[in-house]
Each structure stands twice: as structure tokens, then as C-alpha cells.
Design a protein around this ligand. Structure first.
Ligand code: HEC
Length: 101
């Protein structure tokens, strides 16, 4: 009985497959969250959500950092941006900057 519990704990603690993926795949899966609002591959939703695709990486990083630190007003982006490390923000911004809109 105790062994089964230990085994379950070990399985739960095993690294998620995402950690084993290459940098590009990690960036793509992180950026997939943004598509829910900002459109497929960040191409934007007219009159609703800003496009992210093709915008300079530095601009996206500064905006996301400004949301994270509460420097610019937002409704949802404050909470969202706080969920990412600075490295993840760099990866997400790089992903969208490399996309064509
Ligand atoms: C739940 C919907 C939603 C999701 C998911 C979402 N955003 Fe946003 N985003 C918004 C809204 C709404 C705004 C306008 C600011 C606000 O009210 O928060 C915005 C604004 C932005 C802006 C500023 C656009 C501009 O031109 O000023 C950037 C950059 C941005 N989001 C990036 C992202 C990134 C990167 C992700 C994924 C990590 C993401 N967003 C996920 C809703 C969302």
C-alpha cells in the first residue's frame, strides 16, 4: 500500500514533457496561451485584440514587463504577465516577433 503511494508521488514529480522539448517548442507552447485572445499565431482579432505577430521583440518585452510591474493599465494582462518568468517573456516575445502578420 505504502509503495503504491510512493510510486504515485514519484510519477507526479517526474518532469513534464515540456521541459524535454527544444527551445522553439517551449516558446510555441507558451505562446499558444496568448492565441486564445490575440488570435492564431498572434495575428490579432480585428476591433478586439491587438496583433502580436511581427512586432519588434523589444517592444513586446517592454509592454509585457510594464504589465507585469503594473506600470501600464490593463484588465487581464496584469494577472497574465505575472504568470511568466522574465526568460519566458523573452521567449514568447521572440516567438511572436518572428511571425508574419
Ligand atoms: C484573456 C485574454 C488574453 C490573453 C489570454 C492574453 N491577452 Fe494580451 N491582451 C488582452 C487584453 C484585453 C489586452 C488589453 C490590455 C488589458 O486590458 O489587459 C491585451 C494587451 C496585450 C498587449 C499590448 C498590445 C498593445 O498593442 O498595446 C500585449 C503585447 C499582449 N497583450 C501580449 C500578450 C501575450 C504575449 C499573451 C500570452 C502570454 C497574452 N497577451 C495573452 C487579452 C489577453
Amino acid at each position: 500500500m505504502q509503495r503504491k503511494i510512493l510510486l504515485a508521488a514519484l510519477v507526479a514529480a517526474a518532469p513534464m514533457p515540456v521541459l524535454a522539448q527544444s527551445g522553439d517548442a517551449v516558446a510555441r507552447s507558451l505562446a499558444a496561451t496568448c492565441a486564445a485572445c490575440h488570435g492564431t499565431e498572434g495575428r490579432g482579432v480585428p476591433q478586439a485584440f491587438a496583433a502580436l505577430a511581427g512586432r519588434p521583440k523589444g517592444d513586446l518585452v517592454s509592454i509585457l514587463q510594464a504589465y507585469k510591474t503594473g506600470k501600464i493599465p490593463a484588465t487581464v494582462m496584469h494577472q497574465l504577465s505575472k504568470g511568466y518568468t522574465d526568460e519566458q517573456i523573452e521567449m514568447i516575445a521572440g516567438y511572436f516577433a518572428a511571425k508574419k502578420n
